[in-house]
Ligand binder design. Structure first.
Ligand code: PEP
Length: 249
């Protein structure tokens, strides 16, 4: 039985004051459900503060990115071991904004995936097609290619402790959500791809959906058999909305 994961991606948002308020609201209203894991991914600089506030809570901390290198002359970067030292349990890699705005290729994302794993952080591999790719009917091949890059570099065993986030690019921050059936189809295709390598890993890996998930659409998306949670952008910045999604899970 796969647990549900609801993770908030705060992107480049927040201040010490607003984050403290947001966390207060989330902690106060979090449902006591054993089968639910909850995480938030703050901007790097707030990770120590957030980890401190959440130290005796069941909300976990994640990063939005990681350096591909362990150490050295890489100005502005943060390594996986640094994230681990400050309590990160999850780390996003390959978010579509990283792929499109910072030119991260599949192979770069695969390297980042592994540096997180090697530091004991669960990578959340974000995959998804653009609207153009969906219209061309190549959604499954795009998503498969993005996942295959990790398998090619590190083998299927890399997914034994990892999460995949299916995030159609056209649904991120647009208010336009994939229908539950559209999302389920891609999630099932991802699981089928993994099953061609290892059925046990395919059956246990959490595959979460991201793309304008909100209190109004969460329940029907999360009811689909292969959707194991959500990666939430905009709605994770509001405690009531984030909690409503957690309750729908
Ligand atoms: C995201 O950026 O991962 C995301 C899902 O954003 P939003 O919920 O705002 O679409």
């Amino acid at each position: 039985m796969r647990k549900t994961l609801i993770a908030g991606n705060w992107k480049l948002n927040g201040s010490g004051e607003s984050i403290t308020e947001l966390l207060k609201g989330i902690v106060a209203g979090l449902p006591e459900t054993e089968s639910l894991s909850v995480a938030v991914c703050p901007p790097y600089i707030y990770i120590p503060m957030v980890a401190d506030i959440l130290s005796d809570q069941r909300v976990m901390v994640g990063s939005q990115n990681v350096a591909a290198h362990a150490k050295g002359a890489y100005t502005g970067e943060i390594s996986a071991s640094m994230l681990s030292e400050f309590g990160c349990q999850y780390g996003l890699v390959g978010h579509s904004e990283r792929r499109s705005l910072y030119n991260e290729a599949d192979a770069d994302v695969a390297v980042k995936f592994k540096v997180l794993s090697d530091s004991g952080i669960i990578p959340v591999l974000c995959v998804g097609e653009t609207l153009e790719e969906r219209d061309q009917g190549v959604t499954e091949s795009v998503v498969s290619r993005q996942i295959q890059a990790v398998i090619d570099q590190h083998g299927i065993a890399a997914f034994a402790a990892a999460v995949i986030a299916y995030e159609p690019v056209w649904a991120i921050g647009t208010g336009r959500t994939a229908t539950p059936e559209q999302a389920q189809d891609v999630h099932a295709a991802i699981r089928a791809l993994l099953a061609t390598y290892d059925k046990a890993i395919a059956d246990t890996v959490q595959i979460v959906y991201g793309g304008s998930m909100n209190p109004g659409n969460a329940a029907e998306l999360l009811a689909m058999s292969d959707i194991d949670g959500g990666l939430i952008g905009g709605a994770s910045l509001n405690a009531d909305d984030f909690l409503a999604i957690c309750r729908a899970a």
